[in-house]
Design a protein around this ligand. Structure first.
Ligand code: UD1
Length: 421
């Protein structure tokens, strides 16, 4: 079993480079199945979710070759199957994009119901409704989703919730649907736009990504080509919060500062200085001596991202006064709270909100309960007095590349230890 240990209290200083976005990468890699040429995708993060997806695609006979740590060549010309086994993707959520990609191009897909971080039911009914509207028949049995169609035809699809997954999945499937598909109340997250940009670069006709109406005009085929994934908004946000919590001075580089607006606004409200660099691809976050409390509400983009909720709670645990953070996207995203309590946080769940009375934290033994919960524990541990040992490191490896070495380069006292069970 692996653990991360942190001796808290070190001020973080310096520069950190942000990798490509996990949630864009895990959509674009399966979306490449829609191409009948060779796609070369760079700026991919070297994380577990990418490896798992690539492993599952190789089992289908898809050529996946890393030309370097962050660049993948995908050749789906020799694909020889449309069925994914449970064991191949059980720990990840984004396997659902294989459904849209295989259904779109081959009109048949068998993919297990998704796994991934467990913070609520996380249904995929909207994905299914979208596929059905395009003419697919869906059958869910023994944990497997089978989607098949004679042909797919463009349709008008209204999403009850602006689901990121449903928007991207329907968009990928609709690339080959005859006529025009319109997705209304679509998600506007940066990775929705990035996936649309990738597909368009390969020859798809998608308009409106980034607004709440996306129109896809079906095409006969997609070519191959090269594409570079956008920087990770959530990884960037995690380091910005890490700088704030240690009263540090960290420049977060290779990002799109606009994607960080909701977080930058909150950090400024809490007393941090957030400065854009001259090249407009970085933000410098200087933490104050004393952080101010504030209220936060998670929302769909461009609102405050739910994937920064746990990290933000950890930061608010160190602010002066009472803060309230309300979760509107995932009702049950509070498993991290019991672990923050172990570190001495004064935090309680009230319905869909956490009420946090800021104060000091002390090191303890804790467990990551999901990916972003793990990141929250890292944030808390960085500013806690004494040593914190974090278990279930596998969650962090799903979404953060070189987390310890990047933090260590900024001055954190952090290491990974392996203990025989
Ligand atoms: C994606 C992200 C995840 C992020 C989330 C919200 C990926 C791989 N994961 O997850 O990191 O936290 O967006 O930004 O990109 N819903 C339904 N039915 C559906 C689909 C969703 O009811 O068919 C609900 C969900 O339960 C949730 C809300 O819609 O309450 C938003 O979920 P969604 O945007 O789909 O999140 P994911 O795609 O699972």
């Amino acid at each position: 079993m692996e653990y991360i240990t942190i001796d808290g209290g070190k001020r973080l200083e310096g520069q950190v480079n942000i990798n490509g976005a996990k949630n864009a990468a895990v959509a674009i890699i399966p979306a490449a199945i829609a191409s009948t040429g060779i796609c070369t995708i760079d700026n991919l993060p070297a994380i577990k979710d990418v490896q798992v997806l690539v492993g599952a695609m190789r089992k289908l006979g898809i050529g996946c070759e890393f030309t370097d740590e962050h660049t993948l060549k995908i050749d789906s010309r020799a694909i020889n199957g449309h069925s994914i086994a449970y064991d191949q993707v059980k720990d990840m959520r984004a396997s659902y994009y294989l459904l849209g990609a295989l259904l779109g191009r081959f009109k048949h897909a068998e993919v297990p119901l998704p796994g991934g971080c467990n913070f609520g039911l996380r249904p995929i009914d909207l994905h299914m409704k979208g596929f059905e509207a395009l003419g697919a028949k869906i059958n869910i049995e023994h944990g497997m989703v089978t989607a098949s169609a004679e042909r797919l035809t463009g349709a008008s699809i209204y999403l009850d919730i602006s689901s990121v997954g449903a928007t991207i999945n329907i968009m990928i499937a609709a690339v080959y649907a005859e006529g025009v598909t319109q997705i209304e109340n679509a998600a506007k997250e940066p990775h929705v736009v990035d996936t649309a940009n990738f597909l368009n670069k390969m020859g798809a006709k998608i308009k409106g990504a980034g607004t709440d109406v996306i129109r896809i005009t079906g095409v006969e085929g997609l070519s191959g080509g090269e594409y570079s994934v956008i920087p990770d908004q959530i990884e960037a946000g995690t380091y910005m919060i890490a700088s704030a919590v240690t009263g540090g001075d960290v420049s977060v580089q290779n990002i799109i500062p606009k994607h960080m607006d909701s977080l930058s606004a909150k950090l400024t409200e809490m007393g941090c200085q957030v400065l854009e660099n001259d090249a407009h691809d970085g933000l410098r976050v200087i933490g104050p001596e004393v952080l101010k409390s504030c209220t936060v509400k998670t929302m769909f983009y461009p609102g405050f991202p739910t994937d920064l909720h746990p990290q933000m709670s950890a930061l608010l645990s160190r602010a002066n006064g009472t803060s309230v953070l309300t979760e509107t996207v995932f009702e049950h995203r509070f498993q991290y709270v019991k672990e923050l309590l172990r570190l001495g946080a004064n935090i309680q769940v009230e319905g869909r909100a956490v009420i946090i009375e800021g104060g000091s934290l002390t090191g303890a033994q804790v467990m990551a309960t999901d990916l972003r919960a793990g990141a929250a524990l890292i944030i808390a541990a960085l500013s806690a007095e004494g040593r914190t040992t974090i278990g279930n490191v596998k969650y962090l490896d799903r979404g953060y590349e070189k987390f310890e070495s990047k933090l260590s380069a900024l001055g954190a006292n952090i290491s990974r230890i392996s203990v025989e069970e």
